[in-house]
Design a protein around this ligand. Structure first.
Ligand SMILES: [Fe+2]
Length: 381
């Protein structure tokens, strides 16, 4: 067996009602909290009120920063960190989807270490502890509650930039399936497919390892089995619980393996057109899998089995791709870049941006050139 390193310093608490413990958990880490959330959904669902009530009950002083947009900008994170500094914040609560949780991580870095967010882009640029983060996901997809990554939009360059460091693993993740009930069907589908892409990419990554493989295959099977029900019947708490659990497992996978070519090609359409991250990944996934398929048929055959397919192992890649295309149809996801309003003339620029995501490309089992990245976009158009 190949040797490996597995790091997961986040304390996980999973189950219905776990949100009510956010005050108690946060008060172990600090006394002055900045609650970082999006502009609408956590207010509409009542989750923000529950978090604020729980924090107050535990004697935690707090301020709410509710200006995080989808695909959070560097400016938003810098604004939030200045609020955190002014209030003497010693713990940050990230409540929402991937955007608020990633923004919370960025603010935890800047509020403790200073500087600008650009100083920390890349990996290993953070060399000492940051403020502790309590992550409370309200979507089931990003897995950010258990990862050492945060992704931001650098508006000067018009592209996504990420921060990767063991110091930005949340200290506590509270996963309450009830918080995901209010997600509309399209958001459920997009975020669920993001989780699927994490599991698939982690399993096919050059950094795949025995322990993360188990988590990846389990996550793939659960998403395949339960995402359609969570999309069609959003109030089915059992389906919601399963998908949130799988999303967390997939987050634990990429925390070890990183993401690969699919996230590399998936970022560009989200930045220029504001397309949701999971939707972009979902549209591009089959063609990326087809590109990678020849590099490791055996892995794709195992993936096909996790997707409920039985058949000739030499056809593993095709079986896995067919199963994912059927799942995508079941959750009513668009299947072509042209259906998302993207103009064909942008594809060359998308391919250029892909080549800048060098960490994603290094994790991919097959080297990709600009021309090949462009072909993936064209084939998905
Ligand atoms: Fe993702």
């Amino acid at each position: 067996m190949r040797s490996f390193h597995f790091l997961l310093p986040t304390e996980v608490s999973f189950g219905e009602g776990s949100i009510t413990r956010v005050g108690q958990e946060t008060s172990r880490l600090g006394r002055r909290a900045l609650v970082v959330t999006g502009r609408k959904s956590s207010k509409r669902s009542g989750a923000l009120d529950t978090v604020v009530g729980s924090l107050k009950k535990a004697g935690v002083t707090l301020e709410v920063f509710d200006q995080v947009e989808e695909n959070p900008s560097v400016e938003t994170v810098e604004l939030g960190s200045s609020v955190a500094r002014k209030m003497g914040c010693d713990v940050i609560v990230g409540l929402g989807g991937g955007s608020p949780m990633d923004a919370a991580k960025g603010m935890a870095v800047l509020a403790r270490l200073g500087g600008s967010l650009g100083d920390y882009f890349g990996s290993a640029r953070i060399t000492s502890p940051v403020l502790p983060v309590v992550a409370v996901p309200t979507t089931a997809g990003t897995g950010s509650e258990v990862t050492p990554y945060a992704v931001f939009v650098d508006s000067h360059k018009g592209m996504k930039k990420s921060v990767a460091s063991p110091y930005i693993f949340p200290r506590v993740a509270l996963l309450d399936p009830r918080l995901t009930i209010s997600m509309p069907p399209d958001v459920t589908a997009n975020t669920g497919i993001d989780a699927l892409s994490h599991a698939v990419e982690g399993f096919i990554s050059t950094k795949a390892q025995p322990a993360s493989d188990i988590l990846a295959l389990e996550a793939v099977g659960i998403i395949h089995g339960h995402l359609p029900q969570a999309v069609a019947h959003g109030d089915d708490i059992e389906a919601r619980t399963k998908v949130l659990y799988a999303s967390m497992l997939a987050g634990m996978v990429i925390a070890q393996t990183g993401t690969t070519l699919l996230h590399g090609v998936g970022y560009a359409p989200t930045t220029k057109y504001g397309i949701p991250h999971g939707l972009s990944n979902g549209v591009l996934m089959p063609k990326v899998m087809a590109f990678n398929g020849s590099a490791d048929q055996e892995r794709f055959a195992r993936l096909a089995v996790a997707l409920g397919q039985r058949g000739d192992a030499t056809r593993g890649t095709k079986l896995a791709i067919d199963a994912i295309e059927r799942l995508r149809d079941e959750v009513k996801m668009p299947t072509r870049l042209r259906d998302l309003g993207i103009q064909e003339k942008d594809l060359e620029e998308f391919a250029r941006q892909t080549m800048e995501h060098t960490r994603n490309l290094a994790n991919n089992i097959r080297q990709v050139s600009w021309e090949e990245a462009l072909q993936i976009y064209r084939d998905s158009y």
